[in-house]
Design a protein around this ligand. Sequence first.
Ligand SMILES: NC(=O)c1ccc[n+]([C@@H]2O[C@H](COP(=O)([O-])OP(=O)(O)OC[C@H]3O[C@@H](n4cnc5c(N)ncnc54)[C@H](O)[C@@H]3O)[C@@H](O)[C@H]2O)c1
Length: 252
Amino acid sequence: MGDLAGKVALITGSGRGMGRAHALVMAGRGADIVIHDILKDEAAKTAEDVRALGRKVFVSNADVSDVAAMKETVAEAEAALGGIEILVNNAGITSERTGIEGVDEAFFQRMYDVHVKGTFFTTQAVVPGMKERGRGKIVNVSSMWASTGHPTGATYIAAKGAILGLTKAWALEFAPWKITVNAITPGGVITEMVMAKGGMDYVREASKKVPLGRYADIEEMAYTAAFLASPESDFITGQVIGPNGGQSIVGI
Ligand SMILES: NC(=O)c1ccc[n+]([C@@H]2O[C@H](COP(=O)([O-])OP(=O)(O)OC[C@H]3O[C@@H](n4cnc5c(N)ncnc54)[C@H](O)[C@@H]3O)[C@@H](O)[C@H]2O)c1
């Protein structure tokens, strides 16, 4: 049994990609998992694999931007598995690949709904239980681009920047209840989201800008999240950690 034994973790967007890796690594360390993804088949597959590790699951296919549905997910999951002690706000959608002219109001709104509204209200649903228990671990998934910028993707970067703001504000707001709040700012990670952008050609080209010379595997993000969810990180809050192969080092 690992260092997350007996904990319940809600991981949004855990049907595939990094969210799936968070679920499997945390389950491997003893946590029961609330699997959440709008993609039903992918969520069911993660659930099957978590169960195979001997852990319990609760599955929700709610849209993360649907405030009422996420509140219901939290209530039902806690009735089934017990209080949620770990929340990973991971669900996300890809950036625009255009300049400012290519963004319409609906695209802008969706970007904020999924990343900012989703993170805000899922956390709002989970925090009362964490306060009651006097402990909790919240890991918000932002992006390296929130620190570095990028010539395309302004709405994505702004939404991911807002997630850094929430992280710092909540670290202060929730500290009296011993709830820690930290953010991960991944660099390039090989997932379906990245493959959809341009496949391995895109990854090979982009890897040239990474000092360690490659994109990350999903597990490398999951180990960071699992650390931030574990008692080993109890004195770390309001921090931003960037597993990015050195790509955000200034001056290289
Ligand atoms: N892949 C990268 O290089 C990279 C880099 C930096 C940050 N990120 C961020 O990491 C997180 C995970 O990304 P990924 O690369 O694993 O992407 P992914 O597309 O493989 O996984 C994202 C998951 O979120 C789910 N999701 C999206 N919108 C949802 C909604 N409205 N309701 C419920 N579920 C929803 C998707 O169905 C999917 O399973 C995202 O927040 C992304 O922005 C990714």
